[in-house]
Design a binder for this molecule. Structure first.
Ligand SMILES: Nc1ncnc2c1ncn2[C@@H]1O[C@H](COP(=O)(O)OP(=O)(O)OP(=O)(O)O)[C@@H](O)[C@H]1O
Ligand SMILES: [Mg+2]
Length: 469
């Protein structure tokens, strides 16, 4: 049963409203002015019926205190002011005297409208972070706004951003905010599937179409029918598979490897890459026609270093989540850690930040995370008074600068903790041998699977180099 608050200082009108609501099966509470109204939990009501002319302050003030829809009543010609405020979101107005059915239909109208968040217009809430993502700098707000807009369409989307900036998260958010959200989101990492298998993985194959094809198999594109197909690292897709994909986008049909028949598919394509695809087109590594097909809606994710105070917001959020996940007591960053996190350029972006924090949480011996455990190499001299001011504003608590810069400028190589030596070894091995070995050979030498090699490359920010075909 809907619960309505009536804010009305005229006893006769109040009595009438209470009776109408009661007869229509609503529950109601009442009060005489804004001050009394604010003593209620306003967000807990389904709607508020409020007189525009209240003693002491105008009724329209109530919208500053709640996101609950409001029906304004008035016996004066000042109704146009309510009409203006109705542009803001879930609001209506009604002149006194009113009929019972007018009250009920107006209430139904406002409670079925989307409700803007407190203090914000509907438009503004579009820039709030999408589920799972943190960010409030202008570039991220613009990204969130675009995600919400683009999600409503069926156009192909190309997400571009450096490694670890959140491309996969954006793809998920797009799918979740789209009308396809109840169908499958099929995510495929084009870099993780061996080149000779990629076509049959994506498009399926007929029995006997190649050695080892003992049965007919449905491909992943078909599995995404009516849903979303997310092709991560699309820059790594071999040219033959690019031609087949183009056909899916142009003709909305798919042909299995070894088949002469086509099947209709309805998929929305979201592609992502950390490569410069336009450059790939110039170099002949990516089909130009496919590039234009997928680049209908480009979404650019800014690198972490360009997100200002978002960096610290993300770091603190991740620290909290990692502590929870590992079942540890809450921890916090030391003042010099905060400075370092803010000035370090984070080439591996959010993923590198997460890894640095997780490593530090595991190695820390007290709730305070010292700078050396972050394993990042920074020159704190770059840290200006301006940064400090911004951070203090954001955190709402003071930050104490460390006096001795020399003491806080550390390099992980000076004193590598024992636990990290395997990671160091991995990175050095890959960097030293990737020009002379292919991925299968590298993985074999390291004693890990090809998929694991790929994942570690991502984690350490050393993506596979594109070789000319
Ligand atoms: N804005 C964000 N808020 C919260 N977490 C984020 C954000 N951006 C990225 N992350 C986290 O960072 C990690 C990397 O994100 P994701 O895998 O989406 O990046 P990516 O761009 O696809 O990386 P890659 O290019 O390496 O595939 C994930 O753990 C993700 O949850
Ligand atoms: Mg990714």
């Amino acid at each position: 049963m809907a619960n309505i608050l009536i804010v009305e200082n005229n006893q006769e009108t109040l009595g009438k409203l209470t009776e109408i609501l009661d007869q229509a099966g609503f529950q109601s509470e009442s009060c005489c002015n804004l001050k009394e109204a604010c003593e209620f939990n306003l967000d807990g009501f389904d709607a508020i019926v409020c007189n525009l002319r209240l003693p002491a302050s105008p009724g329209t003030e109530i919208i500053k205190h709640t996101s609950t829809p409001v029906l304004f009543t008035s016996n004066f010609a000042s109704l146009h002011s309510a009409a203006d405020s109705s542009k803001n979101g879930a609001m209506e107005y009604l002149s006194i005297p009113f009929q019972a059915d007018e009250v009920i239909s107006s209430l139904k109208k406002i409670t079925s409208k989307p409700i803007a968040k407190k203090g914000k217009s509907i438009n503004k809430s579009n820039e709030d972070p999408v589920p799972g993502m943190v960010g409030s700098c202008p570039a991220m707000k613009e990204l969130f706004r675009r995600i919400r807009k683009v999600a409503l369409t069926n156009s192909s989307v190309l997400i571009q951003g450096e490694s670890g900036t959140g491309k996969e998260l954006v793809a998920k958010a797009l799918h979740e905010a789209s009308s396809r959200k109840n169908a499958n989101l099929i995510s495929i990492n084009c870099a993780a599937i061996p080149e000779n298998l990629i076509e049959s993985e994506l498009f399926g194959h007929e029995k006997g179409s190649f050695t080892g094809a003992t049965t007919t198999r449905t491909g992943l594109v078909e599995a995404a029918n009516n849903g979303t197909l997310f092709l991560d690292e699309i820059g790594e897709l071999p040219l033959e598979a690019q031609a087949r994909l183009l056909r899916v986008l142009q003709e909305h049909e798919i042909r299995k490897v070894g088949s002469v028949q086509s099947t209709k598919v309805d998929v929305r394509l979201i592609a992502a890459t950390h490569r410069d695809l336009q450059q790939f087109v110039i170099e002949g590594l990516f089909r130009e026609d496919l590039f234009y097909r997928i680049n209908v809606m480009p979404l650019q994710i800014p690198p972490l270093r360009a997100r200002g105070t978002d960096i610290l917001e993300l770091a603190e959020k991740k620290l909290q989540l990692i502590c929870q996940r590992l079942g540890m007591e809450p921890m916090y960053f030391s003042a010099d850690s905060i400075q370092a996190i803010t000035v370090y350029p984070w080439p591996g972006n959010v993923r590198e930040l997460e890894n640095a924090i997780e490593r530090a949480v595991i190695l820390a011996e007290s709730p305070e995370i010292p700078i050396d455990l972050l394993g990042i190499d920074v020159e704190l001299k770059e840290f200006t008074a301006l940064n400090i001011e911004q951070l203090q504003l954001k955190r709402n608590k003071p930050i104490h600068l460390v006096d001795n810069e020399a003491e806080i400028t550390k390099d992980i190589d000076d004193d590598p903790p024992e636990d990290l030596s395997l990671e160091d070894y991995f990175q050095r091995f890959v960097l030293d041998h990737q020009d002379s070995m292919n991925e299968t050979q590298l993985a074999k030498k390291l004693g890990i699977s090809r998929k694991c090699l790929w994942e570690r490359r991502q984690r350490f920010g050393i993506p596979r180099q594109k070789k000319s075909v």
